[in-house]
Design a protein around this ligand. Sequence first.
Ligand code: MRU
Length: 353
Amino acid sequence: MNQPWFTIRWHEGAVELLDQRLLPSQEVYLHLTCVEDLSVAIETLAVRGAPAIGCAAALGVALGAEESQANHLEGVLGDLREVFIPRIERTRPTAVNLFWALRRMEKVIDGLAARPDASVQTLRQGLVAEAERIVREDVEICRTMGRHGASLVGEDARILTHCNAGGLATAGYGTALGVIRAAVEAGRRVSVIADETRPLLQGARLTAWELSKDGIEVTVCTDSMSGHLMRLGEIDLVVVGADRVAANGDVANKIGTYGVAVLAHAHNIPFYVAAPLSTIDLAIPNGDSIPIEQRGRDEIARLGSSLLVPDGVDVRQPAFDVTPAHLVSALVTERGVVSSPTSESIKKLFSST
Ligand code: MRU
């Protein structure tokens, strides 16, 4: 499937990205020329989804090297290490791909700075090359993951997904939606139920937008309907993405995922998680230690200019929840499908070639 749109790219010294806040009503690309604007784009969800946030962070480092006003290498390195990377690091705490991409870019910075021919120009070129490599690799990884996961999808499968784990949440193709796309490419007929995903409606706005563009049958339901549909026997499997997978297989993903997993378990419906190795955080022992982003009150209390919650009444606003590993039927990665993931099987993924 060749998408006639892109999520994020490097273009003529700037970062360009599809502004996801405006979808599906408007398709507008932002042209960002400074790290502050890129960081605000991540914070306000113009670009979102764990792998896409990682790509944005990597491109942001390349952008920082362009933006720096320093006219000598030490100055640019100082701006990157002390100003730009810490700024990007503060944007969103849960998706580990952000930190994974920044650490990878830092390694490249260290390597480039130590070269005998090191200069501002070689640094800038090297960082753009590495960031573009991360973007390209992300698409390839999603395609590979999709091929592995497609084996879990039967003919005429009716698939529930939550949030958007598609091309928009990655550099293209998608994690959970990559599994669905690969099944379709393998010739299977499928239909998708997209949970609307309160409060920011990534399922209704984004999953429905990109699947319908691809001609994949998609129906939107509100988050509270999935139990009803499962009880009616209308869901064959669930596939979602992840923002961070802990070493023991616990999965942080968009708020509401845990409820879907519990319901799937109660109805004996397989619950699959598709995530690249860059989303697995071996340094975090279990889901309790995953930092959960708390977002602003207005995302829940207001809809545009309308008030949904009376002033003075508290709201809770965690953006993610944690699904314990025992509810995950299989983890789909670029290294293959791991059934009933455990610390051991996850660790093995990193040692296989
Ligand atoms: O707040 P968001 O929109 O960045 O949350 C995104 C999700 O929770 C996705 O399901 C997750 O990042 C998987 S992306 C392939």
